[in-house]
Ligand binder design. Structure first.
Ligand code: GDP
Ligand code: GDP
Length: 439
């Protein structure tokens, strides 16, 4: 069995309506603003559900390099990325402006892939614009759909076609039993070595399903009754040239993996220390509420005394003050040092990430915390916490029913978070807070 989720990539020139389509399919406006300092990005991956079929949608147009590349080379990269990672490709063109040279170029590339390509003629907002559609058959791509991302016309038929084109054997159902793990980190940090070490001989590795060998991006295995899915392992094994050389694309690749993961391993090269890419990926994993583990690899290369480990841990905690919850492991994929800790820790943080605590136990802890240290007040009015309840998992979310949102304060929230962690752990995961006023 494999748990590969189908991936659908959206390709097309700027302004043809890719983001509009993406948002429409995602069924919600997608937030662009991120909380973590230094991390600003468009959300370019989303999970879509169509008639109980789940798949991942990728907007490759959201990942244009910001170095002012010409459109054509951007589009080539988009198309390559799509051909590499997607199971179905949506090539979006502008039904109002007609075919352009860049469209033709991309069509030529896409005709070479064996993957299903669906040509999406967008901005056909009404029947009378239908005449424009036929011109696009010239691009030589079989399946054509006229849609309007703006008013939603044609989307149902398009989604039917997308779903019909998924290769057999992919998993389109949501399963809670599998721990999905993403191994991220900059090129050469040792991700592939760690992966191969984890997948050592004694584990049952189910080979990729027939027919999808080249496309399989995830590796499924079981250990001691627990099922794991290592996301995007093909990307690691194959060492695709374009991603490994262009740092931006290796970040994208990581982002895709992070999006689909429960647990994110942030692999750091011990000799090199924390890089900007690590900071980015960690920030994203945190923002998306994933369970996180820092894995400092190549520990064999470090000259150590009895302070080295402590100092290194401190440095990581200082660089990622918003991720104090994440365990730090020091390993060597080469000498095997502490490698057995990795899956153990993955399992542990995954269970913390999915943990539910009872309302009564939570309220006991909050009640005690409030007695020890009174909530903040402003102009004689004090924050009252009536009760608390855990309202979500992955990541855990605590909803506090209170008298007045104006009276909440970050430092008091942090105090409560510490109390909650002292009592319930939640190691490896962020804990979210939500306030609701109740009168
Ligand atoms: P992207 O650059 O490909 O992501 O394109 P956007 O989604 O940002 O859309 C570019 C412009 O086209 C925006 O002004 C959209 O409002 C407009 N647009 C997108 N879809 C449609 C559509 O179906 N009909 C019309 N008339 N305009 C659209
Ligand atoms: P990736 O690009 O992140 O997948 O990194 P690789 O797994 O390909 O490793 C990059 C290089 O580092 C290779 O030459 C590995 O042999 C080496 N390497 C990986 N892990 C370790 C380690 O724990 N110790 C040492 N000394 N070298 C390592």
């Amino acid at each position: 069995m494999s748990d590969n989720r189908p991936i659908v990539a959206v390709v097309g020139r700027p302004n043809v309506g890719k983001s509009t389509l993406f948002n429409k399919l995602a069924g919600k406006r997608i937030s662009i603003v991120e909380d973590t300092p230094g991390v600003t990005r468009d959300r370019i991956f989303t999970e879509v559900e169509w008639l109980n079929t789940y798949f991942t949608l990728v907007d490759t147009g959201g990942i244009e390099p910001d170095n002012g590349d010409v459109i054509l080379s951007q589009m080539r990269n988009q198309a390559m990325l799509a051909m590499d990672m997607a199971h179905v490709i949506l090539f979006v063109v502008d039904g109002k402006s007609g075919i352009t040279a860049a469209d033709k170029e991309v069509a030529t590339m896409l005709r070479k892939t064996k993957k299903p390509v669906i040509l999406v003629v967008n901005k056909i907002d009404s029947q009378k614009q239908f005449d424009n559609v036929y011109d696009f058959y010239e691009l030589g791509l079989g399946n054509l759909h006229a849609i309007s991302s703006a008013n939603g016309m044609g989307l149902g038929d398009l989604l039917d076609e997308v779903v019909e084109n998924f290769p057999k054997g992919l998993n389109t159902e949501y399963s809670e039993d599998i721990i999905r793990v993403a191994i991220t980190g900059k090129p050469n940090a040792g991700k592939s070595s760690i992966l191969n070490n984890i997948l050592g001989e004694d584990r049952v590795i189910v080979s990729p399903i027939a027919g999808t060998t080249r496309d399989a991006v995830d590796t499924y295995f079981e250990k001691d009754g627990q099922q794991f899915l290592l996301i995007d392992t093909a990307g690691l094994r194959r060492k695709s040239k374009i991603y490994e050389t262009v740092e931006k694309y290796s970040v994208i690749r990581s982002m895709s993996a992070v999006d689909r993961a429960d647990v994110v391993l942030i692999v750091i090269d011990a000799q090199e220390g924390i890089t900007e890419q690590d900071t980015k990926v960690a920030g994203i994993a945190h923002d998306e509420g994933k369970a996180c583990i820092f894995v400092v690899n190549k520990w064999d290369l470090i000259e150590k005394d009895n302070k080295t480990l402590g100092n290194y841990t401190k440095e990581i905690k200082e660089k990622f003050p918003f991720m104090m919850y994440a365990p730090v492991l020091f390993v060597s994929a080469k000498t095997n040092q502490r490698m057995n800790k990795i899956l153990e820790t993955v399992e542990y943080v995954a269970s913390e990430h999915a943990k539910r605590i009872s309302t009564s136990a939570l309220n006991d802890v909050i009640g005690e915390a409030v007695m020890l240290n009174q909530p903040p007040s402003d102009k004689g009015k004090r924050l009252k916490i009536y009760y608390a309840s855990q309202t979500d998992i992955k990541p855990p979310k605590i909803t506090l029913f209170i008298n007045d949102k104006q009276l909440t304060h970050f430092s008091y929230q942090r105090y409560l978070e510490n109390k909650i962690r002292e009592n319930f752990g939640f190691e490896g995961t962020s804990v979210r807070f939500e306030y609701r006023e109740k009168n």
